[in-house]
Design a protein around this ligand. Sequence first.
Ligand SMILES: [Zn+2]
Length: 119
Amino acid sequence: MSDQLPACPECSEEYTYESGALFVCPMCGHEWSPAIADEADTALSGAVIRDAVGNVLTDGDTVTVVKDLKVKGAGGTIKVGTKVTDIRLLEDGVDGHDIDARVPGFGNMQLKSSVVKKA
Ligand SMILES: [Zn+2]
């Protein structure tokens, strides 16, 4: 037995075996789906994204920028107070950029949730 199956979540015995798509514990008869073991990961990827003051952001929200942002390559600055409508949250934004939005005058950009406030 080289396969490392998880211990029974009910009685903690380690005699788990697989039965089709389920894990089964012969000690207490408990059956469970292996997918449950991944629940923590799922919760992580669904983590909430909050603005600069802690409001939870959702797709379609309107936010305002809370500080001047230099835009690399565009040679401009997004001014504090700029209103950005219809934001899209990014689950795995690069380098903390977890919002995708169309910024007036700049077009589609990725922003950090820490520099915006829910309008
Ligand atoms: Zn058990």
